[in-house]
Ligand binder design. Structure first.
Ligand code: NAD
Length: 261
């Protein structure tokens, strides 16, 4: 229970990677604030389940990561309830698959807002509290697409390259405050986000579902296996330990060898 007395705010944690990270941090003893969209009953089940399973306090914020004022309120509410945001995980993200010349402008704006700008807004609000406590961990869920590109994912690739740069900048600014800032860059992880982009990829490339999985998704991944959410969560938990206190400004690939190519 190494994270007892810490509080973790995980954006986009009602599903997929974020939920696994929140559960993993709670397992280490951290109180958690869940965030994201979904059916209220399903979210409440996850929230109450975390409290019951791990004996921590779990709150939920429905803040929309496209809205800076809701983000600031979420951080302020967390600080009021728990004293501070000790661990900030910027994980909320969406995808949209289309050629640039057909890419809807509102989708571009939405992806940049959720996948990139929200991390700036959460950090801006949470860093003063971390500085006051003299300890903090900021973990950004980037992607293999923070290092390499794929066609038809212009906004996503731009946002993920952006988050990698934001991570480095924040790490340098906070280096003497005992606050580390890193990103984790998964390859393809089997989550609702990946499943949802299959129909659009089928359409954009004229492929069947099986072809998209074999020829597009796992084509890039030399191990030919999807990453699991638990594997990504384990890295996030490790980054919160004392053993990781000198790891800052890095981009940790968990991608089955994708970006080694
Ligand atoms: P997911 O769809 O399962 O989860 C996304 C989460 O973000 C959900 O909780 C959703 O409600 C939340 N969200 C979406 N829009 C939001 C908004 N406006 N405000 C607040 N919350 C919002 O997806 P996932 O695969 O778990 O993705 C999580 C992160 O991991 C994303 O940043 C994604 O880019 C990244 N990632 C995923 C993969 C993958 O293969 N699944 C690979 C690399 C990186």
């Amino acid at each position: 229970m190494s994270l007892q007395s810490k509080t973790a705010l995980v954006t986009g944690s009602t599903s997929g990677i974020g939920l696994a990270i929140a559960r993993s941090l709670a397992q280490q003893g951290a109180n958690v604030v869940l965030n994201g969209f979904g059916k209220p009953e399903a979210i409440e089940k996850e929230r109450a389940g975390i409290e019951a399973e791990f004996g921590v306090t779990a709150h939920y914020s429905g803040a929309d990561m496209t809205k800076p004022e809701e983000i600031a309120a979420m951080v302020a509410e967390t600080e009021t309830a728990f004293g501070a945001v000790d661990i900030l995980v910027n994980n909320a993200g969406i995808q949209y698959v289309s050629a640039i010349d057909e890419f809807p402008v509102e989708k571009w704006d939405q992806i940049i807002a959720i996948n990139l700008s929200s991390a700036f807004h959460t950090m801006r609000a949470a860093i003063p509290g971390m500085k006051r406590k003299g300890w903090g961990r900021i973990i950004n869920t980037a992607s293999a697409h923070s290092l390499v590109a794929s066609p038809y994912k212009s906004a996503y690739v731009a946002a993920k390259h952006g988050i990698a740069g934001l991570t480095k900048t924040a790490a340098l600014e906070l280096a003497t405050h005992k606050i580390t800032v890193n990103c984790i860059s998964p390859g393809y992880v089997w989550t609702p986000l990946v499943e949802a982009q299959i129909p659009d990829t089928m359409k954009a490339r004229g492929l069947t579902k099986e072809q998209v999985i074999d020829e597009v998704l796992l084509k890039a991944q030399p191990t030919k296996e999807f990453v699991t959410v638990e594997q990504v969560a384990a890295i996030a938990s490790f980054l919160c330990t004392d053993a990781a206190s000198q790891i800052t400004g890095t981009n940790l690939s968990v991608d089955g060898g994708w970006t080694a190519q």
